[in-house]
Design a protein around this ligand. Structure first.
Ligand code: SF4
Ligand code: SF4
Length: 268
């Protein structure tokens, strides 16, 4: 018996029995992704490719570390609100009529009379060193985009971004201030996706950006998808929220056609 193999197999069995439901909105964590096709697939709830047991355990560890970091912050005497007191749920900010949503790790404070967004990330030693020397904007642009998007959606001024080094338990933090131009740029991207103008980042499935993409099965392999309104190319999201069928139908019909983002080089 090889216990390690048995654990890995148990993960695979678990995934088959309870496949994870993909999100069907534009999350703050993906809005900085350079591939707009990926954002469009997410908005429409296309299923993710399997991430495998190793990545699953890495994500699980990340969540566990977040709880520990919050406990450590509380030791300083700074107030942390992990949940929105009005909803009793995780802090959530939305825009574009609910098509775009950001979930926050918490709110800090008040510090200097203001509450601040809290974002926690655990990193390996290399990533941590990069972050602590260059700052998050230049070391982890996707995290920076995530924070700017949440600041913009939540109409907040500042975020405390803290990272935990998984190799040596060191902390490093920085304040990220709201950047209106950066946020507007992200909003323009969201609008292109909602308007059906999302393009693939590459026309080559072996491109390094596609190899690790969690939508690659639906993007390149044409993996079978459930025929729903959102996976139909005729279903058009409206900028202010809601959806409409371009053919004027009011409910799911026989004219379903699979949604496809535009290819990289298309001039349409
Ligand atoms: S596989 Fe490549 S082109 Fe397709 S969504 Fe992912 S990154 Fe974009
Ligand atoms: S009503 Fe039919 S054509 Fe329109 S979005 Fe739904 S499945 Fe597609």
């Amino acid at each position: 018996m090889n216990l390690a193999d048995l654990i890995n197999q148990a993960y695979e069995k678990e995934e088959k029995a309870n496949p994870q439901k993909p999100r069907s909105y534009i999350g703050a964590s993906i809005v900085g992704n350079p591939c707009e096709a990926l954002i469009a697939f997410s908005l429409r709830g296309f299923p993710d490719s399997s991430i495998g047991y190793k990545l699953k355990r890495i994500f699980r560890d990340g969540h566990r570390i977040e709880d520990d970091v919050i406990r450590d912050i509380k030791k300083t005497g700074i107030a942390v609100m992990e949940k929105d007191p009005f909803t009793g749920k995780q802090w959530s900010f939305d825009g574009f009529g609910g098509h775009a949503v950001g979930h926050a790790d918490g709110m800090l404070g008040p510090i200097d009379q203001d509450s601040k967004l809290l974002e926690i990330k655990s990193m390996n030693d290399n990533k941590f060193k990069e972050f602590s020397t260059k700052g998050v904007k230049y070391s982890h642009r996707h995290y920076y985009s995530q924070v700017q998007f949440m600041l913009g959606l939540g109409k907040l001024e500042e975020c405390v971004f803290i990272s935990y080094n998984k190799n040596n338990s060191e902390y490093h933090s920085e304040i990220i201030r709201y950047d209106e131009f950066y946020y507007n740029d992200l909003c323009a991207k969201v609008e292109r996706v909602l308007n059906g103008e999302a393009r693939k980042i590459s026309n080559d499935p072996t491109d390094w950006r596609c190899r690790g993409c969690f939508k690659r099965d639906v993007c390149w392999e044409e993996k079978e998808v459930k025929q729903t309104m959102k996976t139909c190319k005729n279903y058009q999201p409206k900028l202010a929220g809601g959806w409409t069928c371009n053919l004027g139908c009011l409910e799911e019909c026989q004219k379903w056609e699979r949604f496809q983002p535009l290819p990289k080089t298309s001039n349409i």
